[in-house]
Design a protein around this ligand. Structure first.
Ligand code: TXA
Ligand code: MG
Length: 337
């Protein structure tokens, strides 16, 4: 299959591919998604094949506005509309009770479904034009870092999908926050672009699922099935180093070997001679770190570094999402400097 590169002007063509059961890479504010008609089980099945994704890992449905919620979900609680009012379009996915028309293959048989309204005008226009909710996981091959540019998505999906719409680099850079509204109190299943602090402003109490902060033991089942997989992983083993930036930089300088990879805050980039360095952004700029974290991990995939060391922000604001992605890439191999 020849994967066509579309532009922001090709909304009608992208929508037509979706309506005909095809697969389209779509830009969102978080990461690029691999979209299919969410009501067409065969099309959704092709997503799993293109990504090599385990069948037990459900997909998020993307909609252009909150008034689609009642079409695909049942018992939508008032707090879902309050969240949508505040954060949609934006990097927040809500887990709700699924309606009868959502195919099993989307939800991996669960009785809930993830719903998200992405903050990218081109993708919202494509969904509107297609007239169906669009099922879309991140557009990477399963297990690889999520793509934040069309070029990165093409690296993984060239020849496997019909088209990719180039909507520019992603403004947030890490995936949406996922909050489960079918439990009380609501539970954060994946930290993301909307922060835990912001969710608590609207919802009051929000619990953090264990899978966010530690690896799942054998037999343990995280509420977001995808959180059990070693994600975002570059080919080389990763060690995350926490603590004050000066301390973590010193720890890495002392422990990394010649030729290793280092992901560090910009201020420390000159401190690792003989190492292969990727910058994460300024130590105090967590938004920039979120935009760069997947690109930094992905950059090492095309090199032969034997090991990767990463500085890590404190888990405050979007720092919780950056730390979670680094920790998952490291299989939660974390040292405190
Ligand atoms: O920002 C995002 O959310 C991106 C863009 C493309 O929208 N999408 C994304 O999808 O990250 P994906 O498939 O890579 O990650 C979705 C996560 C998985 O961990 C999956 O297990 C979880 O959401 N999930 C989906 N439906 C769920 C459900 N009904 N209950 C619990 N977890 C669910
Ligand atoms: Mg993903």
């Amino acid at each position: 299959m020849n994967t066509k590169l579309l532009t922001q002007n090709d909304i009608a063509e992208a929508a037509a591919i979706l309506k005909n059961g095809g697969l389209v890479g779509i830009p969102t504010e978080t990461v690029y998604g691999l979209g299919a008609n969410g009501l067409d089980p065969e099309a959704v099945g092709r997503i799993f094949a293109a990504k090599g994704r385990p069948q037990d890992n459900p997909l998020i449905l993307h909609v252009p506005s909150a008034d689609w919620l009642s079409r695909w979900c049942v018992d939508v609680p008032d707090r879902a509309y309050r969240l949508a009012e505040r954060f949609w379009p934006g990097p927040l996915t809500m887990i709700l009770r699924r309606g009868p028309e959502v195919p099993d293959v989307v939800t991996a048989g669960l009785d809930t479904v993830g719903m998200r309204c992405p903050d990218h005008p081109v993708t919202r226009a494509i969904i509107q034009a297609a007239g169906v909710p669009v099922a879309a996981p991140s557009g990477n091959t399963s297990g690889r870092p999520s793509p934040t540019t069309a070029a990165h998505m093409l690296e993984d999906m060239d020849g496997k999908i019909d088209a990719i719409v180039d909507g520019g680099p992603c403004a947030v850079g890490v995936e949406s926050a996922i909050v489960d509204l079918t439990v009380d109190p609501p539970r954060l299943l994946r930290p993301g672009g909307v922060t835990l602090e912001q969710l608590r402003e609207v919802l009051g109490q929000v619990e953090v699922d264990a899978a966010v902060v530690r690896p799942m033991g054998a037999g343990e089942r995280p509420r977001a099935p995808g959180m059990k997989y070693r994600h975002y992983a570059p080919r080389a083993p990763v060690t995350v180093v926490t603590g004050e930036p000066e301390n973590s930089a010193a720890y890495i300088a002392a422990h990394a070997n010649e030729g290793d990879g280092v992901i560090c805050f910009d201020e420390f980039a000159g401190g690792f001679p003989g190492k292969s360095v990727e910058r994460l952004g300024p130590a105090q700029d967590k938004g920039e770190q979120a935009r760069r974290v997947f690109d930094a991990l992905r950059a090492f995939d095309s090199t032969a570094v034997p090991a990767i060391w990463a500085q890590c922000p404190d888990p405050v604001g979007i720092g919780l999402a950056v730390a979670n992605r680094l920790n998952k890439a490291a299989g939660f191999h974390i040292v405190e400097a």
